[in-house]
Ligand binder design. Sequence first.
Ligand SMILES: O=C(O)/C=C/C(=O)CC(=O)CC(=O)O
Ligand SMILES: [Ca+2]
Ligand SMILES: [Mg+2]
Length: 416
Amino acid sequence: MTLIKSWVTSANDADHPFPLNNLPYGVFSIGDDEPRCGVAIGDMILDMPAAQDAGLLGFGDAFDVPYWNDLMDMGPVAWTTLRARLTDLLAEGSKDQTTATPFLVPQSVATLHMPLAVSEYTDFYAGMQHAKNMGAILRGSPDLPANWLHIPVGYNGRASSVVVSGTDIHRPNGQMKAPDADMPSFGPTKRLDIELELGAIVGTGCDMGTPITVDQADEMIFGYVLLNDWSARDIQGWEYQPLGPFQGKAFGTTISPWIVTAEALSPFRAPTPVREKQLLPYLNSTKDGLYDIELEVLMQPAGAETATSLSKTNYNRMYYSASEQLCHHAVGGCGMSSGDLLGSGTISGPTPDEYGSLMEKSWAGREPFKLDTGETRSFIEDGDTLTLRGAARGDGYTIAFGDCTTTILPAHKFPV
Ligand SMILES: O=C(O)/C=C/C(=O)CC(=O)CC(=O)O
Ligand SMILES: [Ca+2]
Ligand SMILES: [Mg+2]
């Protein structure tokens, strides 16, 4: 696959995040206008309801709403048809260039919103290096849990606190207990952390009681976003046994603003690694389930001119794919819906410069790391801005996600 040239010329740079090969789906507003669906192309956004009203798309009124769920619900044939139509419309030499030009608005003047209504959110634990690191840090041994090589381990999270990039998050208050203390205490977390993840968006659901194969699950996935699974390690450490994370991860999950479709990412498919234990047959698949997506974590303290790059890794390092996770999720009878969000699990490579959480980077505070400003960090301080980036690199073009950025504000005073 090579670059498909667009008459929106900014889209034709090899490093531009939004070439015609990408066409990611977002929700935007200008000034006080109502948020509506838009497609990123180069430095511009195609106003979807306006293009539809002008007869350029032929898709009914799926776009005059502040989310992409209506299109997602229509299923893979509709997804492919729309993408083909948009590609024709925006390609160099399109007969509709003059008609479509007024429906492009500069990204620089737009506010981006949540691209979908998240129906439910599940987070997995599918990065082997991360699981080994967390075991070593928290439980004194890098040995994987007995189930790990057989099950994509996960927990049900909260859809209510999934927010879009650019939304500030307050340091959470919660209950924690220092190992040497007699009693727990309540207050702002002292161990605020990120988790670098990829979020898979379920486009078409499946009914309760209807198991699906991994290949069917693959067809149900509409696209992907970057996902930061904010974690308060001290709250988590006190609450997590025996039922898993609760308040330590419920205060916020940030996603990037553009849904990069599975179709746009298809040239970058990558295999899951060789299985250390053969998976049970229900988890078999015929397709490569991962993607070659370069990922980066950056941190910028308040007042600093630039951000420090903390980690670089790749989504192709995961052990389980989103389609395996989705199959496992539904196999016992759990219905899945359009707008379900599945977190990949923290993505960490083998060395500290590939670790996807600060817990690992600072080894629970035992080995603080340096920022370009000269400061050191173990966890996040108030005023720090954290950014996740992701890009798949093709022959003369890039498919990127747009930054997933959050600034951390001080904790609310509680009790007041
Ligand atoms: O190993 C643990 O006790 C905790 C692990 C996590 O907090 C990670 C988690 O949320 C799952 C993941 O992102 O991989
Ligand atoms: Ca997580
Ligand atoms: Mg959450």
